[in-house]
Design a protein around this ligand. Structure first.
Ligand SMILES: [Zn+2]
Length: 525
């Protein structure tokens, strides 16, 4: 049996259409999933939509639609967008699915039976946008919700509470004993400070009275209430791999990687592990947290209209260019800035000039000097030995970086190979060697050079495949290696120098990355 690997995006809340933030999360998840598939692991990638809660029922009402119709519509947009962008998810889950409702009720009953859920009267400051009662920390100086800049409503309610505070010390200890459990490390620190704050961890309200909210999953032990959205939403990660019935559940679950944005650190870093613990389930392996995209130096928001549609970016620049920019520009965990100018600059430098030129030079020279047939390389000299050494080392580095959730660094490592190959070509100057047709030594050296650059392209393509799947396939096809990705195993096949068969027919093609034009300056308004 191959090793199972399980990776998740958060389920996206259906109150907005897909924007740069959702797209980044999905691009990272897709890239990591593709890497693990190429590493021969039995990979399962889960994504989907979160569809319960008052915000959704209010948004549906405002549009004059039934809540279900509204949720169906937005969930459909997410799904079709991800399909258009060719994200390789294995399951698209919706929290309104019967299977999910059953799982949530199962977990609720387990936690209730364990004595970790209690009915209490509560009075407090409720923010409709946040869908929860706020604490003082959530309010600004004017007493408004910090996130929504609106004053909360005073509400009194009898509700069910999950006794999360019981798990404060256990969770803090787990985080301290397991570096990398939440990564990068700054976010583990942030969760620890939530746990260690003066008030400590509060208990979590997990219900809404049905008289106020119909749109939710009924509590199995009190059908006058529906489940609070986070408790419901987080459990999707269990439903996604058919908890508890699937015989593979345990093994998959023990290898889970959650990918989230930092705005949902608390639910994933605090609520989720304590819910799992209370339900008697092992907690997740890693929580991987990425930063925010600022667009044109401002936070992405609906009201600013700077959400950046992935389909518009695909139309304008090609999706792999946008995908490359997202992967390369953001250091995983930190914030980054997006602008179309920055995208054009980076794509032109890295993809058009660097990678694209390399591919076109290699295959054109092979066409011109050797009729497109991969020649016999002969014995390696120092220069080829240097390339071979690099090819031994870099795939291992990439493997480590991908497993440490540092895709931006892994991508930079792949480009070390691109740079080394460009440098090698300049050192060898095959166009000069090609003129010395009556010098046998020059001809041998030319063959060696042409073989080596094409072999480097093969290695680069294999390693690039998780990041830029379409580009990698195109390069491999031109090298006469169509279908190579289906058989390849990383990192070893990238490390094995000489994988390109002598005598392989290659073919030239259109430029992989035509130079992008700078976007026209928009009218000042
Ligand atoms: Zn709020």
């Amino acid at each position: 049996m191959t090793k199972p690997f399980y990776i998740t995006t958060p389920i996206f809340y259906v109150n907005a259409e897909p924007h740069i933030g959702h797209t980044y999360t999905s691009v990272i998840t897709d890239t990591i999933a593709r890497y693990h598939r190429l590493a021969g692991e039995d990979t399962f990638y889960l994504t989907g939509t979160d569809e319960h809660g008052d915000k959704i029922s209010q948004a549906a009402e405002a549009k004059g639609q039934s809540t279900q119709a509204f949720a169906d519509h937005i969930a459909g947009i997410f799904r079709s967008t991800w399909d258009e962008l060719d994200f390789s998810y294995d399951r698209f889950i919706r929290t309104t699915e019967p299977a999910h409702i059953e799982t949530v009720q199962h977990i609720l009953q387990k936690v209730y039976d364990a004595g970790d859920i209690e009915l209490r009267e509560y009075s407090g400051q409720y923010c409709v946008g946040c869908e929860r009662f706020l604490t003082d920390r959530d309010l600004d100086e004017e007493g408004r919700c910090k996130d929504h800049e609106k004053p909360p409503e005073e509400r009194k309610e009898t509700n069910y509470f999950f006794l999360m505070s019981r798990y404060t010390d256990w969770l803090a200890e787990h985080i301290e004993k397991n570096p990398g459990f939440i990564r990068p490390a700054g976010y583990a620190k942030e969760v620890l400070s939530m746990l260690r704050s003066d008030n400590g961890l509060e208990d979590l309200c997990i219900s809404r009275p049905k008289e106020r909210l119909q749109w939710g999953i009924p509590l199995p032990f009190d059908t006058d209430y529906v489940c609070y959205v986070w408790f419901d939403a987080l459990i999707n990660y269990l439903t996604g791999i058919n908890y508890p019935d699937d015989p593979q559940f345990e093994e998959r679950w023990s290898n889970v990687e959650h990918i989230i944005g930092k705005d949902i650190l608390k639910p994933h870093g605090v609520f989720w592990p304590t819910i799992l613990k209370a339900a008697g389930l092992p907690i997740y392996q890693h929580l991987n947290v990425h930063g925010f995209w600022n667009v044109d130096n401002r936070k992405v928001s609906k009201s600013l209209g700077n959400m950046i549609s992935p389909l518009v970016m695909r139309e304008r620049y090609g999706f792999e260019c946008f995908r490359y920019f997202l992967l390369r520009e953001m250091s995983f965990g930190r914030d980054a800035s997006f602008s179309e100018e920055a995208l054009v600059t980076r794509v032109n430098a890295d993809l058009s000039k660097n990678l694209g030129n390399l591919e076109s030079r290699c295959i054109k020279m092979l066409g011109r000097f050797r009729e497109g047939i991969v020649p016999e390389p002969g014995a390696a000299t120092e220069l080829e030995k240097d390339l071979e050494a690099l090819v031994k080392r870099i795939p291992i580095t990439v493997d480590e970086q991908m497993r440490n959730m540092e895709p931006h660094r892994a991508l930079a490592s792949v480009f070390e190979l691109v740079d080394a190959t460009n440098k090698y070509i300049d050192q060898r100057a095959p166009w000069k060697l090609a003129k010395e047709t009556d010098n046998a030594e020059s001809m041998e050296l030319l063959d060696k050079t042409l073989y080596s650059v094409c072999e480097m392209l093969r290695v680069i393509s294999l390693l690039l495949a998780p990041f830029l799947p379409e580009t990698a396939s195109r390069i491999l096809e031109r090298l006469g290696l169509a279908g190579a990705l289906e058989k390849a195993v990383l990192p070893q096949d990238a490390q094995a120098w000489g994988g390109l068969p002598v005598g392989n027919p290659t073919q030239t093609g259109d430029p992989l990355f035509p130079r992008l034009e700078m976007p026209a300056a928009e009218d000042a308004n």
